[in-house]
Each structure stands twice: as C-alpha cells, then as structure tokens.
Design a protein around this ligand. Structure first.
Ligand code: GLC
Length: 411
C-alpha cells in the first residue's frame, strides 16, 4: 500500500516552468486526466500522505501553494500553472486581476498538513519559514469571511466547501424540470461574484450564496488548534493561546448556530440579511464536527449512535456515504453530480481521526478497516460505491492515498 501510494503521487507530480506565472512549479495534481491543475485541499491531503512517504515532496507541495499567496493572505482553490485555461476557470477567477488562479477558497486544511509534516520530520527551518504565511492566511480568513465576528467563516459558492453538488445547497440553485438547476444556478452566482469583483462584503450583501458551512468550519476549528500547537513549537505562547481560544469559539458557534436539537444533527446555515436558516439535508458535512476535539460528549454520542451507525443513514457496508441513504437525493452510483452518495476517502480520514480523539475506537476501527479494503481492492479512485465498494470517477486519484496516514504498521 505504501509503495503504491508513493508511486501514485509521483506519477501525478507535475514539474516545469509556468509561463503564465513566470515561475517554476512542482505540485501533485489530483488526477492526470480529470484534474490536471493544482487544487488547494487536494494538495494539503497529498502533503499529509507524502509526509509519511517522502517528506521533502510534502514540503514542496506546501511551498507550491504558498508561492501564489496574495499579499493579503488569500490562497486560491485552483492554480492553473500550465495548460489551457478551462472555461470554468474563467468564470471562477477574477480574470482581470489573477487569471492564473480562481478567486475562491477551499476548506482550510493547510495548518493540518503542515502539522502532519512537522510531526514526522522535525524541520524547524521549514516551520519557521512557513509559519508567518500560515498566520497571514488565517488572518485573511477571519477578516474576509467573518467580519461580523460570529466565530464561523462564510463561503460564497459550493465549490468553496469542497463538496460541489452536495444536496445541502440544492435549494440555492433554483429548479428546472423538478430538479436543482446546478449549472444555470451556479453560473448565475459566479456572474454576480464577477460583478462584485469577488469583494466579500459585496458578495455578502448580494446574498445569493452566503453559507456558514459545517464542514468548512469544522476543519477551520481544528486548523486553528493546529496553529496553536505550531505556535507553541516555536515558543510563541501568547499566539498559541489566542489560536486555541479562537478554536474553542468555532466549536461553540457551531453548537449554537448549526445544531438542530430536534434532529441531533449539525446543518449548514444559510444567511440572507437578517434571515438565517438551517439547510436541513443529511450529508457527511453534518458529521464533520466529530473532527473537533472539543465537541462535547453528548453531541459525539448523539451523532455516532443516531446517525453514523444508522443503517438508514450512514452505516452502509462501505461507510461513510457523502449523502445519507434516506436523503431524497441519495445516489450511490457514479455521476457528474458528485457528493450525492458515494464514499470518499478524505471525509473518512477526518471522521476516523475525530472518532479516535473522542475514544470511539471500535467505530473508528470499523470505518478504517473498510476504507483500507476499498483502496486495496479497487485502487485509488475518486470515490466508491457505499454498498458494493466499487470505485468511480477519476482513476489514480491523489487524496485516496490518505489511507497511508491511517495505519502505522502494516496495512
Ligand atoms: C472536485 C471536488 C473537490 C476537489 C476537486 C479536485 O471539484 O468536489 O473537492 O478538490 O474535484 O479533486
């Protein structure tokens, strides 16, 4: 498994000189055919896997992301180092300012990736060099995406959540022939963002897609805790304290604003001026607060017992499906409308880590064992059928190599 993962990530490595950006590049693409560019959270996951396999390559992956960091701290969701700009690239970027990357974010996994690297490879020079960049990134997130100081970050498009067509957002696209109009709905939002010059304050005022996303914020909370640990390693006690206070605030805010006591479940929150509404669809995002180390025990128990282990929802033969089985949109088969049923390795990675941190050893072990089985039997695929385990979507998919971070000895 280790060798196969290393070979995969090496095969997906892209190196050269970018004329578009006038600088050399070295990154790992998610999949050579389906996803040839550099994606933000994919790169972070690749770096986690590489931290176990080839630490120098893991650090290069992080530097590649940081090399396009804007002076205000922003880091983009896709970087177009080479190749023709895809049509969606034009729609999703601020073409007049930076056509070489999109103008959106992706879930803030960066500090977790750096943390994985320095845990395995005590390279103080690397940490010292990247740390100020990480601080700038987290400052940007807070300033641009939580100016109201709610503790929770806002996303302005489903692409930012990493779960593109998750049913959570169905009601935001509008309808056509009784189905969510993904393409027209999403394009209209992108065009409005273009008009707003991707200015967060204007996008918020337009109100088309303003969501306090559960997955995005659960990752943000643990990323802040990782920042606190990294600050401590550098002897910055004051900063470490501030990051851990901010992390605790995220958990409290999720509990206060995104928890439905009636359903024992977290839901993303749509904000439209004063109107705030939970997007009540059961998806893997609803379970992601399990990744938060300080989620109180009763909520951990409720999520695990009522939802994770529920056969009508998430406990399929190959858990954890991206959408609950009893959600009307659930589709276990491959589809271009992704995140509506199949099981993905990255969300399992978060859940396994979280369950272990909460002492839920047997549930974590069961998910881990089946996750390893998926990859061993069907290879590194983009996603897997939650009942049969069959692989779907892209082949040679980078972040499925995260399985190497799930076992320490032999697989
Ligand atoms: C899809 C996924 C997104 C991922 C990208 C590249 O858009 O939804 O999460 O980053 O593909 O793998």
């Amino acid at each position: 498994m280790l060798r196969a993962a290393e070979n995969l990530l090496l095969a997906n490595r892209r190196r050269g000189f970018s004329r578009r950006l006038s600088q050399p590049f070295s990154y790992t693409c998610p999949s050579p055919t389906a996803y040839p560019f550099q994606w933000f959270w994919d790169s972070c996951f690749h770096a986690v896997a590489l931290s176990r396999l080839a630490p120098a390559a893991a650090k290069r992956e992080i530097w590649s992301l940081l090399s396009v960091q804007r002076p205000d701290g922003f880091l983009p969701h896709v970087i177009f180092w080479q190749g023709r700009l895809p049509s969606w690239g034009r729609l999703e970027s601020n073409a007049a300012v930076s056509p070489h990357f999109t103008a959106q974010l992706q879930p803030p996994v960066l500090a977790l990736a750096v943390s994985a690297i320095v845990r395995r490879d005590e390279d103080r020079g690397f940490l010292t060099a990247v740390f100020p960049r990480l601080v700038a990134y987290h400052r940007y997130l807070k300033r641009a995406r939580d100016p109201e100081r709610s503790g929770l970050l806002t996303i302005f498009q489903s692409r930012e959540s990493g779960l593109d067509f998750s049913p959570q957002y169905d009601e935001l696209w509008g309808e056509r022939n009784g189905r969510p109009d993904f393409v027209a709905g999403s394009d209209a939002i992108f065009r409005s963002h273009q008009q707003a010059g991707w200015d967060p304050a204007k996008m918020r005022r337009a109100g088309l897609f303003v969501v306090k996303d559960v997955l995005f914020n659960a990752i943000y909370g643990e990323a802040l805790r990782a920042m606190s640990r990294l600050a401590l390693m550098l002897g910055r006690r004051g900063q470490a304290r501030r990051f851990s206070t901010a992390a605790a605030k995220v958990t409290h805010a999720l509990e206060r604003r995104c928890w439905s006591a009636e359903d024992d479940m977290f839901y993303s929150l749509r904000v439209r001026g004063r109107d705030k509404r939970l997007l009540k669809r059961k998806t893997v995002a609803s379970l992601m607060p399990l990744f938060l180390q300080d989620l109180p025990k009763p909520k951990v128990k409720a999520l695990v017992e009522r939802h994770v282990l529920n056969k009508d929802e998430f406990w399929t033969p190959f858990p954890v499906p991206s959408t609950a089985v009893d959600d009307p949109a659930f589709n276990p088969r491959p589809s271009r409308w992704i995140w509506r049923g199949p099981t993905w390795i990255n969300t399992n990675w978060f859940l396994i880590k979280g369950l272990l941190a909460h002492g839920e050893k047997s549930v974590a072990a069961a998910i881990r064992e089946r996750t390893l089985r998926l990859v061993r039997k069907h290879g590194f695929r983009e996603y897997y059928h939650p009942f049969t385990g069959e692989g779907g979507g892209a082949k040679g998919f980078g972040w499925s190599a995260l399985v190497v971070d799930l076992f320490d000895g032999k697989p």
